[in-house]
Design a protein around this ligand. Structure first.
Ligand code: NI
Length: 177
């Protein structure tokens, strides 16, 4: 396993539309393992392949709290079949370090995807898991959480991230924590 580099906004690769996974082979299994390791190391509760510069339709999620056993889920070629209700959640994203903003999403979703064993599964989710599924699924289409914010917040976050990129990512992180 290996920890991969997470792309930060405004990296243009975050806007790429990911392509479906055609075969679940050792390369995909290794990719999923690396993504899980990268997500846990960050730490974060979700990571899409797009965020490590691999434009494939695959994401990992683990919404277990610190006291709970890990609950890693791998979604390959996911498809959101149904959305219901509204919720507003304060979201973060590993591609937007230090940013936490409210985003409006569906409260409940039904998703279909392939697991690492190649078998299709369906899952109905609410709460954090539903939010994470929608957030990660967006990444596969090159959609970012700033696209779902008000114009004002979007401008604020975009400016912050662009300044951070100009200064060199690390310094800004240290300054704001
Ligand atoms: Ni994200």
């Amino acid at each position: 396993m290996a920890i991969r580099t997470i792309l930060h906004y405004p990296d243009k690769r975050l806007r790429e539309k990911a392509q479906p996974v055609t075969v679940i082979d050792d390369e995909i299994r290794k990719l999923a393992e690396d993504m899980a390791e990268t997500m846990y190391a960050a730490p974060g509760c979700g990571l899409a392949a797009t965020q490590i510069g691999v434009p494939k339709r695959l994401f990992v999620i683990d919404t277990a709290t610190q006291d709970e056993p890990s609950a890693l889920r791998v979604f390959i070629n996911p498809e959101i079949l149904h959305r219901e209700g509204d919720t507003t959640w304060e979201e973060g994203c590993l591609s937007f370090p230090t940013v936490h903003e409210e985003v409006k999403r569906a409260a409940r979703v039904k998703v279909r995807a392939l697991g690492l064993d190649g078998k299709p599964f369906e899952l109905e989710a609410d709460g954090l898991l539903a939010v994470a599924i929608q957030h990660e699924n967006d990444h596969l289409d090159g959609t970012l959480m700033i696209d779902r914010m008000s114009m004002l917040k979007r401008k604020m976050v975009t400016r912050k991230m662009e300044k951070r990129a100009q200064r060199g990512y690390k310094d800004q992180d240290e300054a704001s924590t």
